[in-house]
Design a protein around this ligand. Structure first.
Ligand code: MIG
Length: 801
């Protein structure tokens, strides 16, 4: 008992870093202005730089008791050349003020405190609670992973009475992170539950929302970092890291959507994955031999369940050697992928970072990497030899550009065998010798010439591995969109990879984390997300699997996956009753592909995710601020799944406006909470009045037949109006980046007792070929006849009665 108490005390002290003991940056003595930047010189020889990147984006950099280093490099940043917007500086005896068209940044000189205000209303958005701080006396050295690698730096903000906090990427926590604190240190955490922290990814970006007004902060620092949103003390929301620079970007909305767009400007946009990535996917640790993979696919086809992708987990390899196939289990990988291709199924292989370390020559990946000196080494020059699936292994130094290129090119092995995508796992990087990273403490990475150690490089390892993979696939198959999926990540990952939420449990508790996690990832610049459908670890059941599909059938990534010793969980494993319901939802997913793809393209272009928390669409509505048991797809579809056993009804909050029950078309007036029935075969879904949802034909897999006809389901609002879009492209090549897409916009208005539908001249150069549009006004009742028109790529105006 005593021992237990001691452990508890220890754990709490580690979680509650007292940043009030840190040294504060000194007062400002003078400043200089250049083109984009104001540099403040402080009394203690510290320097602070405020750089204006856009009217709503200002970067803050601080160096403590020394000048700002000339070196300025981050793996997360996609855009460095910003066109300086209009801005100016004014000064008073007390303060220096930077003003853009949107933001006013007031720096008080003594003590040095930064306020961010709205330039027009002067409303305070975010204010320093204390000057930026640093650990001059090693007070926090005890909690540091590697005190020699850096010094703790922190910034502290006033904590608002009604301030809500969103983002931080992948956290096993609720949507609103108010009163919570977090650590970022990429960790292999199988079977995590709510509260486990850290888990796999590090996205040090959050959005604050207060009085309907949102700001964002991206603390671009890859060292182990900390975020505390009023947990240790109501006085402050603070963030800090165990080394590196105080270096953050301040975003001003006021809308969350605008912040996400800017964040995507800064850290990069998600390229469109191949359209089949939105198809249904099936995985298992592991399907082997090849005949087992075929059996699963045959079963899918026989049972009339749609399927696009099969995964090969680690057992496809020869002794877990990446870039090999086991000759007995998979004697003819090319034959297999070809056979499956004819059934409309693509194959994705897992690729872990650990390359088997072996004495004998003959394993090309190890031999070549060793010869080229691409593997990570300890400071004393020894190879770093972690233990992972192949046993003793080595890791590539992915910070080396030549090593990334080599790694990427190795993937020709897979593409030559007809493999369609790559699954990066274990890239925290996981090490069976020790999961805390201690075994890797003195591993040196090239790091753009800085030769830094694990304390800095752990959190960005996966980002660079995904980058090497993505760029390799792009080089090898320039006419195809790469498809990469990763477990670990750092900010910027969306440029290279999709993600899934790792090793979840097959429990209701774990299922209830799906919505807060998917939506938080979306609010952190990662739109393409999903979770093992049915859960990864343990024994599920039919009811849990059905309810899990009732969330994931609308997630960008929809893949059933299971641990090797878990109970089988393919859609048919619990009997026909459950299988029939799962079929209904998988088919609905395929029918909704035009809607999902149109919304995904929006995420690519604008950075606003497809899978959304209600607060993203309704940030002025306080009822949404802490709402994370329902979600929306785009602006139009609201879904309220069941996440408990034996429950067949629930309350649903509908924001202001008109809503249509998706199943019955019954109309509801929003701004209220209603109770709805949800028998096991029903997930409550509502369409926003004013929306047009494009629906395609039933498919067994993407590309089986053309998207023809496209049915536009029209849900007029109270004024009888609606609008919507349809996005198409070839679904496979990067030509969309050059304008080879078609975007068709529709608007509807009431005319007497009928409606006039205007279809605009489409944008883009892609031609989907001749097809039919069916126009259906849902408010006209079940007997209303659809109006059928030919889509000839021109504008149309038609009347619907
Ligand atoms: O140590 O490749 O999260 O999806 O099936 C476990 C085997 C390694 C963890 C992944 C999981 C995968 C498993 N992997």
């Amino acid at each position: 008992m005593k021992k237990l108490l001691l452990i508890l005390v220890f754990v709490t002290t580690v979680n509650a870093q007292d940043i009030t003991s840190l040294e504060k940056i000194g007062p400002v003595v003078r400043f200089e202005k250049t083109d984009q930047t104001v540099t403040l010189q402080c009394h203690d020889n510290s320097q602070v730089q405020l750089t204006v990147l856009a009217p709503d984006l200002v970067r803050v950099r601080a160096a403590f008791t020394k000048p700002i280093p000339a070196k300025d490099h981050s793996w997360a940043i996609a855009k460095e050349n910003w066109t300086t917007p209009r801005w100016n500086v004014t000064e008073t005896p007390d303060a220096i003020t930077i003003t853009t068209d949107e933001l006013e940044v007031v720096v008080r000189r003594s003590p040095l405190l930064i306020d961010f205000r709205d330039a027009r209303t002067h409303q305070l958005l975010n204010a320093d609670e204390r000057p930026m701080s640093y650990d001059a006396n090693g007070r926090l050295a005890g909690i540091q992973f590697d005190p020699k690698a850096g010094m703790f730096v922190a910034a502290s903000k006033k904590f608002g009475f009604d301030e809500h906090f969103y983002g931080l990427g992948e956290k096993a926590a609720r949507l609103d992170k108010r009163r919570m604190s977090f650590v970022n240190w990429n960790s292999d955490t199988p079977g995590y539950n709510e509260g486990k922290d850290p888990i796999y990814q590090t996205i040090p970006f959050y959005i604050g929302l207060q009085r309907g007004v949102a700001y964002g902060i991206f603390f671009d620092n890859s060292y182990r970092s900390y975020f505390d949103f009023g947990r240790a003390s109501s006085e402050r929301a603070w963030f800090g890291a165990e080394g590196g620079e105080m270096n953050y970007y301040f975003f001003y909305g006021p809308s969350i959507k605008k912040i996400l767009s800017r964040y995507a400007d800064l850290t990069g946009r998600m390229p469109l994955p191949p359209l089949w990535a939105l198809g249904n996917q099936q995985s298992r640790w592991s399907y082997f031999p090849d005949t087992m993979v075929e059996e699963v696919v045959n079963e899918y086809r026989k049972r009339d369940l749609p399927l696009d992708v099969m995964y090969l987990d680690i057992d496809y390899m020869h002794g877990y050697r990446v870039f090999t196939f086991d000759k007995e289990r998979f004697p003819d990988p090319k034959g297999l992928t070809e056979k499956l291709r004819r059934q409309g199924v693509k194959v994705v292989t897992i690729v872990d970072p650990g390359i088997k370390h072996q004495k004998e020559r003959g394993y090309h990946a190890f031999d070549q990497g060793l010869e080229k000196n691409f593997f990570q080494r300890r400071r004393n020059g020894d190879l770093f030899v972690p233990r992972v699936w192949p046993g003793d292994s080595v890791f590539v130094d992915f910070t080396l550009p030549e090593a990334r290129r080599w790694w990427g090119d190795l993937h020709r092995f897979y593409t030559d065998n007809g493999i369609a995508g790559i699954w990066n796992d274990m890239n925290e990087p996981s090490d069976f010798v020790d999961q805390t990273g201690k075994n890797q403490l003195d591993v040196v990475s090239h790091d753009d010439g800085e030769k830094t150690t694990h304390a800095k490089n752990r959190n960005s390892f996966a980002l660079l591995m995904a980058r090497a993979t993505y760029e390799g696939l792009e080089r090898i198959q320039p006419d195809r969109r790469p498809y990469v999926i990763t477990r670990a990540a750092y900010a910027g990952i969306q440029r290279y990879s999709t993600m899934w939420t790792g090793d979840t449990n097959s429990t209701w508790e774990a299922l209830s984390l799906n919505i807060p996690m998917f939506t938080s990832l979306g609010l952190s610049g990662e739109p393409f997300v999903g979770s093992d459908v049915g859960g990864f670890i343990g024994r599920g059941n039919g009811e849990l699997l059905v309810r899990s599909y009732q969330i994931s059938f609308l997630a960008p990534f929809c893949r059933n996956h299971k641990q090797h010793d878990g109970y089988d969980q393919e859609p048919w494993r619990f009997g026909k009753y459950y299988e029939d319901i799962i079929r209904k939802y998988l088919k609905l997913r395929y029918a909704l592909l035009p809607f999902l793809y149109t919304t995904l393209e929006e995420a690519h272009r604008t950075g606003v995710p497809l899978f959304r928390p209600l607060v993203l669409n309704y940030q002025d509505d306080a009822n949404t601020h802490n709402l994370d048991d329902q979600f929306m797809i785009g602006d139009d579809l609201l879904v309220a799944p069941i996440m408990k056993p034996d429950v067949t009804s629930r309350r649903v909050y509908l924001p202001a406006g008109t809503w249509y029950d998706y199943w019955t078309n019954k109309r509801h007036t929003g701004g209220t909470t209603i109770t709805v029935d949800a028998a096991l075969d029903v997930v409550p879904m509502f369409v926003r009045g004013g929306a047009i949802i494009p629906v395609g034909p039933m498919l067994n897999y993407v590309g089986e037949k053309p998207t023809d006809p496209v049915t536009f389901n029209i849900y007029p609002d109270d004024a009888g109006s609606a609008s919507g879009r349809l996005y198409d492209d070839d679904g496979l090549s990067p030509a969309y980046k050059q304008g080879a897409f078609r975007r068709t916009a529709l608007t509807v208005r009431r005319a007497g007792r009928g409606f006039i539908v205007s279809i605009g001249t489409p944008e883009g150069t892609y031609s989907p070929g001749p097809r039919t549009f069916n126009l259906v006004v849902k408010s006209l009742g079940p007997d209303a006849k659809p109006l059928i028109i030919k889509d000839d790529g021109r504008a149309h105006e038609v009347e619907l009665k």
